[in-house]
Design a protein around this ligand. Structure first.
Ligand code: AQP
Length: 327
């Protein structure tokens, strides 16, 4: 029996290289070792302002990106959260064992509040409980995430512990797996790369667009002129080199930058070339999948039905334990 793994991405916009290096690239490897369920978590996506007319396309875009990156529906379950109502049902139950103070201290809540001052809704505060439900519904043992999600996972463990203590052992406490690109900064070099911050290289970007974005991206801000030596360790683009460039190239760039042997533009050219090479096969596959939407929709529906079978069992057990089961 393989251990079960759950992870998901919210369809708040096109997927970017933060989602890819921080999550999906790792998922592709993990599907060999674990029983994987990968969710498109659309109920999370409606906690921020969005256009309902765009949501369907975003969901499809998310599924297409998963498949284009190498998620294989023969090996893994690809599901849509809103097609499995047990997610929200379990979230409600978990709400009742989650002290309000635990949610108020979550750092992403404070961030989202400052980003969305016009729409501070209860869903934003409750987001981590829904995420706990996503994970615990499948009794997942491992959860691959980027660094930004670690406080949420800690909270999931606390909620599982509290539920188990109150109603008897039900949920394993999941452990995290973080990949090589656990925290990718945006092109501004300051904030996390985020769909909502418009600081991204998207998986659908062409080599021309990638070059255009990288050519104006922020590097080591202390390096003012071409002749100044730079510090690659504080340069966001150097951390991207580490994800896509070969070892020798990384060393050439490191030494060149430290000795002012190469300028930022030279470094960016190499990076743009290597980034495009990594993303081009994904982009081609995405374009092909957009031509075959019916197949993509079938994969989402089949995966969601499969996930629902597990979800129903867990919810039955939970309802029995909390005294709400009538058959
Ligand atoms: N910049 C990043 N670096 C590394 N990992 C990242 N992830 C997201 N951004 C980065 C990882 O991708 C997975 C899915 O994240 P998500 O889209 O569901 O939520 P998010 O972290 O809130 O992503 P965004 O782009 O920042 O979305 P918005 O702007 O809508 O809030 C997670 O495993 C995450 O760690």
């Amino acid at each position: 029996m393989k251990e079960r793994l759950f992870s998901g991405i919210q369809p708040t916009g096109g997927l970017h290289i933060g989602n890819y290096f921080g999550a999906i690239k790792n998922w592709v490897k993990l599907q060999e070792k674990y029983e994987c369920i990968f969710g498109i978590v659309d109920y999370h996506a409606i906690t921020v302002n969005y256009n309902p007319e765009e949501m369907r396309r975003r969901i499809l875009d998310c599924a297409i990106s998963y498949l284009a990156c190498g998620i294989d529906p023969e090996k893994s379950t690809l599901m849509l959260q809103s097609l499995v109502p047990e997610h929200t049902e379990l979230a409600w139950i978990l709400n009742t064992v989650t002290p309000l103070a635990w949610l108020e201290r979550v750092p992403t809540f404070k961030e989202k509040v400052s980003q969305n001052p016009q729409n501070i809704n209860t869903g934003l505060l409750d987001y981590p409980v829904l995420m706990a439900a996503d994970i615990l519904l499948y009794k997942s043992v491992v959860v691959p995430v980027g660094e930004d999600q670690l406080p949420h996972l800690e909270l999931t463990r606390e909620i599982a512990r509290k539920f188990n203590k109150t109603f008897g052992y039900t949920f394993p406490e999941p452990r995290e797996i973080t990949g090589k690109g656990a925290r990718i900064l945006g092109l501004d070099g300051v904030n996390k790369m985020s769909k909502s911050l418009n600081n991204c290289i998207y998986l659908s970007d062409s080599p021309q667009v990638i070059w255009k974005k990288l050519s104006t991206a922020v590097t080591d801000t202390n390096r003012k002129r071409r002749e100044d030596p730079g510090n690659p360790e504080v340069c966001n683009l150097f951390s991207m080199h580490k994800l896509v460039s070969k070892k020798e190239e990384i060393e050439t760039v490191r030494r060149g930058c430290q000795r002012a042997g190469i300028g930022c533009l030279d470094c960016k050219k190499i990076l743009a070339e290597n980034m495009s090479q990594e993303l081009e096969p994904i982009r081609e596959k995405q374009n092909m999948l957009w031509e075959n939407l019916k197949d993509v929709e079938d994969i989402i529906k089949e995966g969601s039905n499969k996930a629902r079978m597990i979800a129903r069992q867990t919810l039955k057990e939970v309802k029995e334990k909390i005294g709400l089961y009538f058959n």
